[in-house]
Design a protein. Structure first.
Lengths: 325, 325
């Protein structure tokens, strides 16, 4: 029910995901809306009469709208009726539903949003967390984000010894705000590493996010969300100006057409529909947060990631990493 | 003496600035080094025997190296021997020298670095401040940054009614960390606007920096520095991958050559050498901070900006804005 392009693109994506990946999918929402959408009547449905709007207050909505699709989806995971939930709807309400219905993994202070940032020219993305779940953090939260990010890097991308960096404004450990300085001290002890295989590479800077300096970049949810959206806005502005230049003259248009095959891999890499979405780490179940403008392709990729996370037992690995820390 | 390409490019830039702009320039540093560099013997020199290294601790260096070029340059402005200082050297030491020798404008709690961010397809950049001078801020500092940014937008870019946004993680005033929420309340009163002509447009997000949503984006120096460097890193990664694609085949190479005239304006707009550098706002004199890798062209543009700031009496306007706040 959620997302700017629901229900059409969401259900079209579900159809493709089932056909292409062989993953069993259950749709959560208003049966009459789902059944009236092409492909909708071919799925099992968990009924939910309410829809939390994209711009609704997250906490209030989740508390009051107990029969909303987001709350019912999180309950389905809690009750073992689904192995994972995926939403392109209200991000805050998705987080709140997952947190309140699935609960936290034992020992986790705060769940965090882990967002893979594509790195042009590299196979592996940089995982940024927290990308926006917690505007206020303590050093202890950030240490857990480091643990969870490292587990995610291994489970999702096969990185055996994930390089973990702490986002700051200079490489020296004396640089940064009090949160970063205190977190640096804790991370430098290495006591948090446990079985994650992580390697602490020290402070990293904003310019290192879109590079291979670190596999995991740890920060508070305020800074992480600003960095993520700054990058998205910058990419969009630059790509928009490039396309305008490509269209500026008939000669440019012809030349751009010739260049397209060389540019398409880069364009595909940066397309948010291809990242598979972000994952809420620390809740007791798999919860994939897809961006609001998700197309069918985005849904297919989100299902692929959700499936990998379930098969890879990422929640079990997180549980082990947190309790042994 | 400072900057990765000093003294050659710095002095070459000084020669060009003098010839192209007709601005009188005095070089500060070791006379024997300056005179041994092409063009160096054609300038008046303020002698300084010491050089603060690019990676030196800013505070310590400025306190101990009283005969360094940075300290002497700031003294020259204080003593009226120069109207402005420009440095491509150690940013922290440049700030510390300016702060300790020129002092603050009366009423200014903390000087801030104002960095113009080019917006592709737009004539006007977005001014981001604080871009890194103060890792820790109070709401009161941020209100002054709003005042100073608005004055700068008018003096430097002729924006009569600068749109000022507060960097947060959602448009709603309830979004953000405690610093942002408290600052939002203060900015929303409008009491700070005085004669700046500013218009408070509310919270803005990272994606709005490279857009025309706001002329001035206010944030603390930690978040601002992360945003600035994230954007720089993202642009560099994307442009690098574009050039790699342009070189990937003979056909692509030919097509890219045809496209170049259409792409050059964008490339020029994003070239940091063309922004004219950042300005340290709030000290009692004009202090331009050029990036470390500044070429002669960057120096020419920094001199142009310094000259405009002096002629436009930006320090006097700042003084008026702060004391009437």
């Amino acid at each position: 029910m959620g997302g700017d392009r629901a229900p059409d693109e969401i259900i079209a994506g579900a159809v493709r995901a089932r056909d292409e990946l062989g993953v069993e999918i259950v749709l959560v929402g208003q049966p009459e809306v789902i059944r009236a959408t092409p492909g909708g009547d071919t799925f099992a449905i968990i009924e939910a009469s309410e829809v939390i709007a994209m711009d609704a207050d997250a906490g209030k909505s989740v508390r009051r709208m107990k029969d909303s699709s987001l709350v019912r989806a999180a309950e389905a995971v809690r009750d073992g009726k689904a192995s994972a939930m995926i939403s392109a709807g209200n991000t805050g309400a998705t987080m709140a539903s997952a947190l309140l219905r699935m609960g936290r993994i034992k020992g986790v202070a705060r769940p965090a949003i882990a967002t893979p940032i594509p790195v042009p020219g590299q196979d592996l993305p940089t995982i940024l967390l927290d990308a926006g779940a917690n505007a206020e953090c303590t050093p202890e939260y950030l240490v857990q984000f480091a643990q969870m990010g490292a587990v995610f890097a291994r489970a999702r991308f096969g990185v055996e010894a994930p390089k973990v960096g702490l986002l700051s404004i200079g490489e020296e450990e004396t640089k940064g705000n009090p949160l970063v300085k205190e977190t640096h001290k804790l991370l430098a002890t290495g006591e948090w590493i446990g079985g994650t295989g992580a390697v602490f590479v020290g402070n990293v800077e904003g310019r290192d996010i879109m590079s291979d300096v670190a596999d995991v970049v740890v920060t508070d949810g305020f800074t992480g969300n600003v960095a993520l959206k700054t990058l998205e806005g910058g990419m969009k502005a630059l790509v928009g100006s490039l396309f305008a230049a490509f269209e500026s003259t008939p000669e440019a248009k012809d030349a751009a057409a010739t260049l397209m095959p060389a540019l398409l891999p880069l364009y595909a890499q940066l397309d948010p529909d291809n990242t598979g979405g972000a994952m809420l780490l620390g809740v007791d179940g798999v919860c994939i947060i897809s961006h609001g403008s998700s197309s069918a392709t985005a849904v297919v990729n989100a299902v692929r990631v959700a499936h990998e996370m379930v098969v890879g037992a990422v929640v079990e690995h997180l549980r082990a990493a947190i309790t042994t820390a």
